[in-house]
Design a protein around this ligand. Structure first.
Ligand SMILES: *Cc1c(COP(=O)(O)O)cnc(C)c1O
Length: 467
């Protein structure tokens, strides 16, 4: 059998960078600044290790974009894709047809999902799935004879994707500034105690933030509210772990007013928090969960909505739902996701997170707070963040514009062959779930070195001052 063509004799890095700059528009990027600097070009990867075109071995503390949960280079997933392409490369699930991979994956997701969540609507990504959710919750209330229930309450600094619907659900002003947002979405405050909690205890602050949901429902009128959406832990917003009081109070309010609860599990799903879903970790009972990323460990683009029995029953009670994507339940993506879940189950990857990787990383991660610039270190499962600050006791911000120091730290990490992202002046990690203690040691060693080099630069540049 012929082997697939491998692009081994690639152009020199500088030429690739020039072509990239000339023709490739990068997402969430200042493309003219990148053109001057040149992108770092990744070439191959195995486990938690990336290799760039210059041959550097980089430890991937972000699992790509929070997605490569089982690690890179698993042949079983490549084989699943290859045999599915030959068996049935494509067919749709519109017009009363189905196919084996979509059926098998839907049943498998229902098996690992919380009780009572047995129905899957497939999409190609997390953004698309959230667009589905907007339309589904509005259609649900239509069918129930309350078509005026259309408003969705979401949170400032939440991230739900960057399509028109996903970007509107998200609470990021930078996204809204580019292209606007759709009507009927309201944002309440986020449970970010470190930055916004002032003199309150985390518990009181968490309650206060959750009660903003009740205030919003009463202001808008419950007869106009369809749903609330939130990430169990805000990811792109900076890995903000909510105070323990937050989700129970949100659940109380959602139950009291009978609105739908959407948990955006795109990051927190599929083992990231040490359970199959973040909703389990936080005791949340959602009606709909958004999934993508870890569903296929990023090997194929696929997302979807896991829908509870009651909502699915209502949706199925009144003719067509006029919604769907050409690639909803794409057979190759579904076959790969199915194999990904099989590996997670057979290799006990969630047990590895709970019993090995989380406890080991937790201890090392908290050790970073011994550095003078690290204020707090949070980690749930394998999703963590640290706050950089010039004064730990007051949780102060740097005198420089927010993100200046975080960006410097990220640049040091990049130079030290560690991928760790910054959100403002928080550094975040979300490594592949298969990371070993030895690899965690390397990650922490590089993180400490990078933080320390950043600290030296911050002092030298006169930025070591509170705002
Ligand atoms: C990444 C992400 C999305 C969007 O997923 P895409 O596949 O990039 O469209 C939605 N919600 C959350 C919580 C995410 O982290």
């Amino acid at each position: 059998m012929n082997q697939p063509v491998k692009i081994t004799n690639h152009l020199p890095t500088a030429e690739l960078q020039a072509l990239d700059a000339a023709h490739h528009m990068h997402p969430f990027t200042d493309n003219s600044a990148l053109a001057k600097k040149g992108a770092r070009i990744m070439k191959s990867a195995k486990g938690v290790w990336l290799t760039d075109t210059e041959g550097h071995k980089i430890i991937d503390g972000m699992a790509g974009l929070w997605c490569v949960n089982i690690g890179y280079g698993r042949k079983e997933l490549a084989d699943a894709a290859s045999s599915q392409m030959l068996e049935l490369a494509y067919y749709n699930t519109f017009f009363q047809t189905s196919h084996i991979p979509a059926i098998a994956l839907a049943a498998k997701i229902a098996e690992v999902a919380p009780e009572g969540m047995n129905h899957i609507f497939f999409a190609g990504s997390g953004s698309e799935a959230n667009d589905t959710n907007i339309r589904m919750v509005r259609r649900y209330w239509d069918i129930k004879g309350q078509p005026e229930k259309r408003v969705i309450i979401a949170r400032k600094n939440g991230y739900h994707g960057s399509t028109m619907g996903g970007g509107s659900l998200g609470g990021m002003s930078g996204i809204h500034a580019h292209g606007g947002k759709i009507a009927g979405i309201t944002h309440i405050g986020e449970p970010n105690w470190w930055e916004q909690g002032g003199d309150m205890t985390p518990e009181d602050f968490g309650l206060m933030r959750a009660q903003e949901l009740e205030k919003a429902i009463l202001e808008i009128g419950v007869e106009n509210v369809a749903a609330f959406i939130g990430e169990p832990i805000q990811g792109a917003g900076g890995v903000i772990v909510p105070p323990s009081t937050y989700w129970p109070e949100i659940q109380r309010i959602v139950d009291k007013y009978g609105i739908l609860l959407i948990a955006d599990e795109v990051i927190t799903g599929f083992g990231r928090t040490g359970n199959w879903f973040g909703s389990t970790t936080f005791g949340i009972k959602p009606h709909i969960m958004t999934i993508a990323k870890g569903l296929s460990s990023g090997y194929q683009p696929i997302g979807g909505s896991i829908v509870c029995d009651e909502v699915a029953e209502v949706m199925g009670s009144s003719g067509d739902f006029n919604h769907g994507y050409t690639y909803s339940g794409h057979p190759v993506a579904a076959a790969v996701a199915l194999e990904n879940i099989r590996i997670m189950q057979d290799e006990g990857i969630i047990d590895h997170v709970r019993n090995v990787a989380h406890p080991y990383l937790m201890q090392k991660w908290q050790g970073l707070t011994e550095h003078p610039m690290v204020g707090e270190a949070r980690l749930v499962g394998l999703m963590g963040s640290i706050a950089l600050t010039p004064d730990k006791a007051s949780r102060a911000k740097f005198a420089a514009e927010t993100g200046t120091v975080g960006y410097k730290c990220r640049e040091r990490c990049f130079a030290n062959d560690l991928i760790m992202r910054h959100v403002g002046d928080r550094m975040i990690i979300s490594p592949p779930l298969v990371i070993t203690p030895e690899e965690i040691d390397i990650l922490i060693e590089r993180a400490w070195k990078s933080i320390d080099e950043c600290y030296t630069a911050v002092k030298a540049e006169g930025l070591w001052q509170a705002r």
